[in-house]
Design a protein around this ligand. Structure first.
Ligand SMILES: Nc1ncnc2c1ncn2[C@@H]1O[C@H](COP(=O)(O)OP(=O)(O)OP(=O)(O)O)[C@@H](O)[C@H]1O
Length: 707
């Protein structure tokens, strides 16, 4: 792809990239979807799986970004210019609750803030009884006008002040105006919001002449993926996605806050648990994005406490912990190991986690910096600087029962900020030691579990599969009751990150658009379009002004033909294996009506079209259900296989003694793994088949709706 002409046509910052300078070192984000096979000693199967058509985001292979180095808020030093003049609160410690929050001398945080100890017997995980009103009405003017004059300085010297990716809210539009009491009662804030943030190209990418392949619109984006045909001709495949919001590289952190967290701050006072998390590959900007959010939220929470909810006994508490290798560590208490327990009411308690009552933003900033410096770090093959842990910072609003401050306060609402580990952890599986691989597997597991929980939550499913990982277990109380979730998917713009970017977008897409509880027209469009996703154009046409929003909807050659038609090389290699195991399945031929139409798709016209998709939606639901089943089966297979590998590795180590029949173990391991791998390949084949049907389905939708 030849960048200049094309970039010049894009929304966002064409031409701006080259002037931005910020220090950064990214490694190439290439990943190999089959590396786990290598690590399992199944290289012989790799060549065949490599030939599979691309499977959409199961996050089972891709993996890994590393996760070390200063993570959340590692740039905090440069960022915060926080006014504290509004937040000076007299310390009102409840009896028996060490809660003096006034800053004393020195840096000893334990002296500055009094931690509360969360344990099984605490009241903290209980909500206030419903009869206890949190407030009357918001007083918008009294709260915001004095405070708005001073804002955070995000210290983004390389960011433009203008914001083209999103319409900037008028200055006087603020959380209070957005949430008058009446509105708030009807819960105007979406239960789940998925936002994508594209970061600017970095120095290294520019130096390597990499191209910006992400084209952004107001709530949609297109990824231009360069691919090679079998005859080595290059072509560009376009992947289009629609989300709740797409923030381009020029959007500031202030704007990110306004788009994501600001709307949910007021409802935290109304017994809501909200979670905001950043997802994306290493180096995509998760930390950069998450870093300022808790401080900005704290500022707004404290404003509300000191104005709208003045003298109503609300208190703000901060805790900060990390999940590293499936274990919990308190980042505000010298990385003390923590235990998670459930009490009799199935409330999750983190035993020993210290939380600090805070009354001004400076205190919070210090706590965050302390927590950040304590975060675990390590070296990975993907990125030396990336974090290998999930960091969870929680802002809890509590209130004394009956206004009696001698009693421990009870939880009213909570806002959790999660800086997830890099999503592409598969990159670690061949480069590092066993420990690193296990960590990567744990991270992949938790990311999958998180997605499943959010989807279950959005579908109002009775059962939330929070036990899927430590991460979802500790977030359990954020998944029940009145909850809100904001997902910020961070993506890198460059060619080298294309595969990870697509994985991230597909993960985000599944979180949002597979949600049956969200079956609005917009989502129907989003779903159809997201899953349709790809269209191709020959590379030769991507020059200068040819780079427009109009393209043919032809599929790549290898997708032509009846039913599932993987590339010949792949098929030849896989077929014997499947036959050998007697598991080869025959698939029904594609319905005639699902023939792809010829003609042109016009991307820009899409949102205006009223789709008539009654039958198509039924079909789509069935397809989606099928996909969900396949993904679950696929995940189980891979997890089982990985468990077998781990167990067998241990056995091998034990067996490696004089006189033992090591060969027998190896043979047995090979047999088991081959069997498992065959099962996985079979599932992959079915998934590829499913994908094709889904594409055809979407072609049908576009033909019936005329775009
Ligand atoms: N929107 C942005 N504007 C300007 N610079 C950015 C932006 N997003 C990220 N960066 C820069 O890119 C680099 C990597 O970002 P960051 O550390 O946030 O990535 P990450 O996703 O948290 O990575 P990891 O998972 O490895 O910790 C940093 O130097 C950061 O300052």
């Amino acid at each position: 792809m030849n960048g200049p002409g094309r970039q010049g046509l894009r929304s966002g910052a064409a031409g701006v990239h080259h002037q931005r300078q910020y220090s950064d070192n990214f490694l190439d984000g290439s990943s190999n979807g089959n590396r786990w096979l290598q690590s399992a000693g199944l290289q012989h199967l790799q060549s065949s799986t490599n030939q599979l058509p691309p499977l959409q985001d199961y996050n089972l292979y891709g993996g890994g970004g590393g996760a070390q180095g200063g993570r959340m808020y590692r740039n905090a030093q440069r960022s915060f210019n926080v006014g504290t003049e509004y937040y000076v609160e007299p310390s009102t410690p409840p009896g028996g609750y060490r809660a003096s929050m006034q800053k004393k001398n020195g840096d000893d945080l334990s002296g500055d803030f009094s931690p509360g100890l969360l344990d099984l017997h605490s009241f903290d995980t209980e909500l206030l009884p419903p009869e206890m009103p949190a407030s009357n009405a918001y007083d918008a003017n009294s709260l915001y006008q004095p405070g708005r004059g001073r804002s955070f300085d995000d210290s983004e010297p390389y960011m433009l002040s203008k914001q083209t990716g999103r319409a900037r809210a008028p200055e006087n539009e603020n959380i209070l105006k957005s949430f008058p009491a009446e509105k708030e009662k009807s819960n105007p804030v979406a239960k789940i919001k998925v936002v994508v943030r594209k970061r600017p190209m970095n120095k290294k990418e520019l130096a390597k002449n990499e191209e910006d392949i992400i084209e952004t619109y107001s709530n949609s984006l297109t990824v231009h993926e360069t691919k090679l045909k079998v005859d080595l001709t290059r072509y560009v495949e376009k992947h289009e996605f629609v989300f709740d919001a797409v923030l381009n590289e020029e959007v500031t952190n202030d704007e990110v806050y306004r788009e994501t967290v600001e709307p949910i701050v007021p409802i935290i006072f109304e017994r809501t648990k909200a979670t905001c998390f950043a997802y994306g590959q290493t180096g995509s900007g998760k930390t950069f994005t998450m870093k300022p959010l808790p401080l900005k939220a704290s500022r707004d929470i404290l404003r509300l406490m000191h104005h709208t909810y003045r003298n109503q006994g609300f208190q703000l508490f901060v805790s900060f912990f990390e999940i590293y290798g499936g274990k919990l560590f308190d980042l505000l208490n010298d990385r003390k190991k923590l235990c998670m327990r459930e009490d009799g009411k199935q409330q999750v308690c983190i035993v020993g986690l210290q939380e600090y009552r805070v009354s001004d933003v400076e205190n919070i900033k210090e706590l965050i910096e302390k927590g950040n410096s304590t975060r675990s770090t390590g070296t990975t093959g993907a990125n030396e600087e990336s974090s290998r842990s999930h960091a969870i910072l929680q802002l809890a609003i509590k209130r004394s029962v009956d206004g009696n401050e001698s009693k421990p306060p009870r939880l009213v609402g909570k806002l959790s900020f999660i800086d997830l580990a890099g999503s592409e952890r598969g990159a670690d599986t061949t480069d590092n030691d066993k420990q690193t691989r296990i960590e990567g597997a744990e991270i992949n597991k938790s990311l999958l579990a998180l997605k499943e929980c959010i989807r279950a939550l959005d579908n109002d499913q009775g059962h939330i599969p929070f036990r899927g990982s430590k991460l979802t277990e500790v977030l359990r109380d954020s998944f029940v009751g009145n909850s809100r979730t904001v997902m910020i998917s961070c993506i890198s713009p460059s060619t080298g990150s294309c595969e990870h970017t697509l994985n991230t977008l597909r993960y985000a897409d599944r979180v949002k658009s597979l949600s049956k509880g969200n079956n609005t027209k917009k989502d129907a469009i989003s779903t159809n379009f997201n899953l349709k996703e790809s269209s191709t154009v020959p590379l030769s046409s991507i020059t200068g002004s040819v780079y427009e929003d109009r393209t043919t909807d032809g599929w790549p050659d290898e997708n032509e033909g009846d039913d599932f038609s993987p590339p010949e090389e792949y098929y030849e290699q896989v077929k014997p294996s499947l036959k050998k195991n007697g598991k080869m399945e025959s698939y029904a031929t594609t319905d005639d009506k699902l023939k792809k139409p010829s003609g042109l798709m016009k991307w820009k016209d899409l949102p205006k079209v009223e789709p008539q998709t009654t039958h198509a939606e039924d079909d789509l639901n069935a397809l989606l259900q099928e996909e969900e089943n396949l993904v679950n089966a696929h995940r189980t297979q891979v997890e089982e296989t990985m468990n077998i590998v781990r167990e067998e590795m241990n056995l091998l180590v034990e067996a490696d003694q004089p006189g033992n029949q090591l060969d027998d173990y190896v043979t047995r391991l090979n047999a088991i793994l081959s069997q498992k791998a065959a099962g996985i390949l079979q599932l992959q084949t079915r998934l590829a088949h499913f994908q094709k049907r889904l594409k055809e389905h979407n072609v049908l939708v576009s033909s019936t709706t005329g775009y």
